[in-house]
Design a protein. Structure first.
Length: 155
């Protein structure tokens, strides 16, 4: 397999995660209930639209490089509770970020501008992971502190 073909295969993996995000976030936006319905419905709708835009951009890049874009989404994690939706969203964003980073390793085999193009998406995906980690409480102000520092803060 040529380096370009390997790169295109990895871009198709990225595309599959963006397609999954489009569907998963759309599903979550319809499933939100309770007092947080309005803001969280909007949150998931915006996520779905952004994933669709990313999918379109990746598909266009694949075609520009001579490939054929996939139409198969990656794993979609439906959920009914807000907590489960946010956990599913975090996992989706982590998977998408991993896909982007994996493809980025071979970006040099396409053209000089592609690596720079990808860096913007990678930064954006990392922002999503960071935000969802806060929403799911997977991060706290003391996460990076040593145990000694934590005991000083508490005591």
């Amino acid at each position: 397999m040529s380096d370009l073909n390997a790169f295109l295969e990895r871009l198709n993996t990225v595309l599959s995660w963006e397609l999954a995000g489009t569907i998963q976030y759309l599903h979550h936006s319809t499933m939100v209930t309770g007092p947080w319905r309005e803001p969280m419905m909007k949150f998931f709708q915006e996520g779905s639209e952004e994933a669709r835009e990313h999918a379109q951009a990746v598909a266009n890049k694949i075609v520009a490089l001579g490939g054929i874009p996939t139409v198969e989404p990656a794993t979609i994690r439906p959920a009914a509770s807000m907590e489960a939706m946010l956990e599913a969203a975090l996992q989706l964003e982590k998977d998408a970020l991993a896909g982007w980073l994996h493809a980025y390793e071979l970006a040099e085999h396409s053209n000089p501008g592609t690596a720079f193009w990808m860096e913007e998406f990678i930064a954006h995906e990392q922002e999503h992971v960071d935000h969802l980690m806060k929403l799911t409480k997977e991060v706290s102000p003391s996460m990076g502190a040593s145990k000694d520092t934590e005991s000083e803060q508490v005591g």
